[in-house]
Ligand binder design. Structure first.
Ligand code: OGA
Ligand code: MN
Length: 273
């Protein structure tokens, strides 16, 4: 397995024999690397659905779609996805499953239809590195801060004036209160931010919004962000417990299509290690 770091603090490009990749023999090494680097790119893998599921199962438990082991389409094309309208929320930094009690462990994307050139990159920010680099005093100030996460918050970015029926649908999904700093069992800590952040618990709204904006600006500085420009066959995975991600703008009429697998979360968000 050959590993080339894309940037000092985030992202690695991995070249691996296809058979080794699928065998699961490197699974623990790949997962260790993922947690360290937040994002891994396996260029030009051209994985079939079955191959992607086989690899995903070697890293963790695949989230079921409607009760079965299947991949999900990520696209704005509503003929290919029933939740295409929610996909626009992915233009803003987020963590998959932040509204769940136990956020997803990792997300894996294979590109099927490329976006138009110059559009539709995927950006991934290493929130372990962002936390590590905070001044000690700020780390202490963040301990104990709790944030409410909800689908409503993320959907307001793309639809700021929901109807009562839209709001009712959004609010039917789970919402969650998580600590802003996630102290993981393995000993590292990450910032839990993103478009699902609704408000900071127990803080005046304006003050809480300022805190969230400051942390978001900090965590998405260029040094923490890997930007992937998709090429045919690429397979990209990101850690959902120590990274945020977003899609760079692409046309609302684009045929851009990803096939996605998500791994079930394993660790509830904890404010103490
Ligand atoms: C996702 C997602 C980003 C992208 O699939 O969860 O946010 O670039 N995708 O499509
Ligand atoms: Mn996402």
């Amino acid at each position: 397995m050959d590993v080339r770091h894309a940037k000092p603090k985030v992202g690695s490009i991995v070249t691996i024999d296809r058979h080794d990749f699928l065998s699961g023999r490197y699974a623990s090494e790949i997962y260790r690397l993922l947690v360290e680097r937040s994002a891994l790119v396996f260029p030009e893998m051209f994985l079939s659905d079955d191959e992607q599921l086989q690899f995903a199962s070697s890293i963790g438990e695949v989230s079921l779609i409607g009760g079965s082991m299947a991949l999900q389409n990520v696209t704005l094309d509503s003929s290919l996805s029933k939740v295409a309208d929610y996909t626009r929320g992915a233009f803003y930094w987020h963590i998959d499953g932040a509204n769940d009690l136990i956020p997803a462990k990792a997300t894996m994307l294979s590109v099927r239809t490329l976006p138009e050139p110059g559009t539709g990159d995927t950006l991934i920010a290493n929130t372990y590195a962002a936390y590590d680099d905070l001044p000690e005093q700020q780390k202490q100030a963040l301990d104990g801060i709790l944030v409410r996460h909800a689908l409503e918050a993320s959907q307001r970015y793309v639809n700021p004036t929901p109807s009562v029926s839209e709001l009712t649908r959004w609010q039917s999904y789970p919402s969650q209160t998580h600590p802003l700093v996630w102290h993981h069992v393995h000993g590292r800590s990450s910032l839990l931010l993103g478009n699902t952040c609704f408000y900071v618990e127990g803080m005046e709204l304006a003050e809480g919004n300022m805190l969230l904006a400051r942390m978001m600006e900090w965590a998405t500085q260029d040094q923490y962000v890997y930007r992937h420009t998709w090429r045919e066959g690429d397979f990209v995975i990101f850690d959902n417990t120590g990274a945020m991600h977003r899609a760079a703008d692409y046309s609302l009429n684009s045929k851009r299509l990803m096939r996605r697998t998500t791994l079930c979360g394993e660790e509830p968000v904890t404010a103490t290690a």
